[in-house]
Design a protein around this ligand. Structure first.
Ligand code: PIR
Ligand code: CA
Length: 312
């Protein structure tokens, strides 16, 4: 039985790859895509999500637009990495499926409450505003969700600041809500893990060769992502963050984790938006949260290539 997931995202080059992985791998049942303002404003990322589904010929998957801004802070974007559209560098087909009606937060709640308990996995790969809103509106979702596997945070080095990761820093109050709920299981796929998922030119060749129809789009995505990552973050190749969270749902054996309490700093002078993971030996071990530490890099890219091949 395929794992039912809700992908809450802000596409974004790596979110786009996460969508393709979720669609192409037979072990995932993508119930719907919800969107959140992050890498680009809400209208742009929502269009991008719909266009990516069109590109993958997955017009049966609903898209619900979520929150346009964080709970407390001013919105910010990541045009310096993803360009003005959020997905600069590739030509996308016009979506044929109209945007689905209903706010993402309501759709997330209705989907979780309308399915059997312990069957739905939440995969947030953008700021956590929608998830926090859903938790406050319907607290029973926390006990009903099978697991939450999120891309966000870092226990060591940040990206948008020395020790802050972009998604959590965008909406730290929302992240604080999400990290402080008693989920059955919460896995933080942070930068500590995703900075290992570099799309080298070799891996890019491999995933592009897996699907001739999508090779132009994949090369467009990765060429743009590589050039901004070289210019803005001094990386040789782009770390492909978001599909790592989907990969963990598909095959947890690809990612090593460590169980630990995690909280979010809201009042630091240098650290607001930092995820503080208590990795001390004496930290309580009765928590349900864990951080991702080590990626099977080859296994990960093989998984992406196989999924892209399946998309036809
Ligand atoms: C990536 C992102 C934002 C800013 C930078 N510099 C790089 C986006 C990605 O889509 C991913 O979900 C997360 N936020 C990584 O911080
Ligand atoms: Ca993202």
């Amino acid at each position: 039985m395929a794992e039912k997931i809700i992908l809450d995202c802000d596409p974004g080059h790596d979110d786009a790859v996460a969508i393709l992985l979720a669609l192409g791998d037979p072990r995932i049942d993508l119930l719907g895509v919800t969107t959140i303002g992050g890498n680009a404003p809400l209208d742009k990322v929502t269009y991008n999500a719909r266009a990516m589904l069109e590109l993958a010929k997955a017009t049966d998957v609903p898209v619900h637009a979520g929150c346009a801004r964080p709970l407390v802070r001013k919105p910010k974007d990541a045009a310096y990495i993803h360009g003005e559209t959020g997905l600069n560098g590739l030509e996308l087909p016009e979506p044929t499926r109209p945007l689905d009606e209903g706010h993402a937060v309501n759709w997330i709640i209705d989907t979780i409450m309308g399915n059997k308990p312990n069957t739905i996995t939440l995969v947030p790969t953008g700021p956590l505003t929608n998830i926090a809103m859903a938790v406050r509106l319907e607290p029973r979702i926390v006990g009903r969700v099978k697991q939450i596997v999120l891309m966000g945070g870092a226990y060591a080095t940040g990206n948008s600041g020395p020790c802050t990761e972009f998604n959590v820093q965008c909406d730290p109050e929302a992240a604080h809500i999400v990290f402080n709920e008693k989920w059955r299981s919460l896995t933080m796929i942070g930068l500590d893990l995703t900075h290992q998922a570099l799309c080298t030119r070799e891996y890019q060749k491999m995933i592009a060769a897996a699907n001739p129809r999508l090779s132009g789009a994949l090369n467009g995505l990765m060429d743009f992502f590589r050039s901004t990552y070289q210019d803005q973050e001094a990386f040789p190749d782009p770390p492909t963050h978001d599909p790592c969270a989907v990969a963990y749902v598909i095959d947890p054996g690809l990612i090593e984790t460590r169980r630990c309490p995690i909280d979010v700093e809201l009042t630091g002078t240098l650290t607001t938006g930092m995820t503080v993971a208590d990795l001390r030996a004496q930290a309580p071990k009765d928590c349900t949260s864990q951080v991702a530490t080590k990626l099977d890099v080859d296994g990960f890219w093989n998984l992406v290539a196989a999924a892209v091949r399946n998309l036809g």
